[in-house]
Design a protein around this ligand. Structure first.
Ligand SMILES: CC(C)(COP(=O)(O)OP(=O)(O)OC[C@H]1O[C@@H](n2cnc3c(N)ncnc32)[C@H](O)[C@@H]1OP(=O)(O)O)[C@@H](O)C(=O)NCCC(=O)NCCS
Length: 120
């Protein structure tokens, strides 16, 4: 989260390039989760997006908030990207992404990827 705010304040990443977005999940006026979609800065290849800063408050986990955020981000990704990648921060996060249909990938800059729209 700190990196997200630092990057926002410095202007280095405000999720404002084509296809990019940052989403918040709210319960009333309380922000309980967020997640962003960037063009993947770790590849020169066109059409590759990257999930960033997915985070759900500890008190609100296992309620489907993370799944909802990723679903919205992947639908947004369809208009600009062919693939969405990410680096899972932990084995738990890796299990979460596998359950959502992401495949593991062998790349120094990413642990998981999914084609958009996902192949049914
Ligand atoms: C990973 C994270 C975003 C998941 O958010 P969430 O809202 O709890 O996810 P959901 O409720 O949509 O989970 C859907 C399913 O994913 C799997 N899953 C979710 N969290 C998991 C975990 N910690 N370990 C293993 N599987 C997990 C489960 O199968 C879960 O279904 P269940 O709740 O019926 O068991 C959240 O745990 C989080 O913010 N973690 C800390 C930050 C982080 O690791 N972010 C990812 C950075 S790459």
């Amino acid at each position: 989260m700190r990196r997200l705010f630092e990057e926002w304040h410095s202007g280095s990443n405000r999720f404002e390039r084509p296809g990019e977005i940052i989403l918040g999940a709210w319960q009333g006026d309380r922000l309980v989760g967020l997640g962003g979609l960037n063009r993947d800065p770790y590849t020169a290849e066109e059409g590759v997006g990257r999930l960033r800063h997915l985070y759900v408050l500890g008190s609100h986990r296992h309620l489907g908030v993370g799944t909802l955020l990723v679903g919205h981000l992947l639908r947004k990704a369809e208009s600009h990207f062919r693939t969405v990648r990410l680096r899972a921060a932990s084995p738990d996060a890796a299990a979460f992404y596998r359950r959502l249909g992401f495949a593991e990938c062998d790349d120094p800059a990413a642990t998981h990827l999914i084609r958009v729209p996902p192949i049914a």
